[in-house]
Design a protein around this ligand. Structure first.
Ligand code: H2U
Ligand code: ZN
Length: 341
């Protein structure tokens, strides 16, 4: 039998942030592919679209009108999944349990320019987005009913985004949702055991090995996590221990914007399209308590596998057992590194 090799033999990798496993089958990356492989025509959009409900000065579907904004613009989602004033109550009926949930949902327009995405924005304007996320985290997190602020972006129709105008969302709610709760628990276990932040120790290992680093500047690192499940999954991490955005210095805000810009440009270059993904920031829960174990980070989960049109399906085994991938995280990191400019 051959000597075990991560680049050749099937294996499982542990996601230390969630304590869940993923299956890697590198030998399958060599199997023949008969599906279509084609580039999409790049979508050309005007800087202003009179029918866009996010463009400056336009009417929204809910009847409100956007101001003629010139930088980042934030409004309460007209169709928010969470409301601050909904009825409070509980159902406990044997195994049937339910609890009311309150919260606030907002939409964050990254730019007044309808034609842009993060990758095409000037770095100083991405810094404005980082600053807006920071003040939203502070403002929403200070509400007494809020324990967790989730900042995210769905980019591209493939990810269910309803409008190409550059924007993201924020949902803030009373309970800590499952994924950040699991990540928080894992980080707490590690901190209690070692006195150091889990993701700081992980980053140290990655910086030594270098094989999964896509890009880095003085303050931030872009890497493909060892346990990546999506083909071109990536993570942005601060170099220093920072639990949440308000802890970043001005220079670190710029470093974060620079990392965002380089990753989004590399993504667009990979298959020569405006690359779809869901991204989101994980940060310490709000509302008090010791959160030193938390290290803020941003996840990118792009659905594409092989080209602009060939997507990775998280189906069958992934739905029933655990995520699986063919080519390795190291291969993905190499390809993304080749696209960094
Ligand atoms: P996507 O990021 O998934 O495209 O969602 C856009 C959000 O914008 C969506 O949550 C909100 C929708 O509720 N929206 C408004 O708040 N007002 C509108 O007039 C249209 C859409
Ligand atoms: Zn628009």
């Amino acid at each position: 039998m051959d000597e075990f090799d991560l680049s050749d033999h099937s294996h499982r990798r542990l996601n230390v942030l969630t304590n869940e496993w993923i299956l890697v089958s590198p030998h399958r990356a060599k199997r023949p592919w008969q599906g279509q492989v084609e580039d999409l025509v790049p979508d050309e959009r005007p800087k202003y679209d009179p029918s866009c409900y996010l463009c400056p000065g336009n009417d929204r579907i809910g009847g409100q009108k956007n101001p003629k904004y010139e930088t980042v613009y934030i409004f309460d989602n007209d169709f928010g999944a969470l409301l601050m004033d909904s009825a409070v109550g509980e159902v406990r009926d044997g195994l049937l349990q339910a609890r009311s949930e309150r919260g606030r949902c907002r939409v964050v327009c990254f730019s007044p320019d309808h034609s842009l995405t993060l990758s095409g924005m000037k770095q100083e304007h991405i810094v404005d987005v980082v600053k807006a996320w920071t003040s939203q985290y502070e403002e929403l997190g200070a509400l007494p009913e809020i324990r967790y602020v989730q900042i995210f972006e769905n980019k591209g129709s493939m990810m269910g985004c309803s409008n190409p105008h550059p924007h993201g969302q924020i949902w803030a709610n009373a309970a800590i949702p499952d994924i950040p709760r699991k990540e928080g628990e894992q980080q707490r276990f590690h901190y209690e055991k070692t006195g150091t932040a889990l993701l700081m120790d992980y980053l140290q290992q990655e910086l030594e090995k270098k094989e999964r680093i896509v890009y880095s500047n003085e303050h931030f690192v872009v890497l493909v996590p060892f346990w990546a499940a999506w083909p071109y999954e990536a993570m942005i991490l601060p170099m220093q221990h920072r639990s949440s955005l308000p802890e970043l210095s001005e220079a670190e805000q710029v470093g974060f914007a620079d990392a965002l810009q380089h990753l989004s440009r590399a993504y667009d270059k990979l298959f020569n399209i405006s690359f779809p993904y869901s991204s989101g920031l994980h940060q310490a829960p709000t509302g008090g308590g010791d959160q030193r174990h938390w290290q803020m980070h941003m996840h990118f989960y792009p659905p594409l596998l092989r080209s602009a049109t060939v997507k990775k399906f998280m189906v069958g085994y992934e739905m029933m057992a655990n995520p699986q991938r063919d080519f390795t995280a190291e291969y993905a990191a190499q390809r993304l590194r080749d696209c960094v400019s």
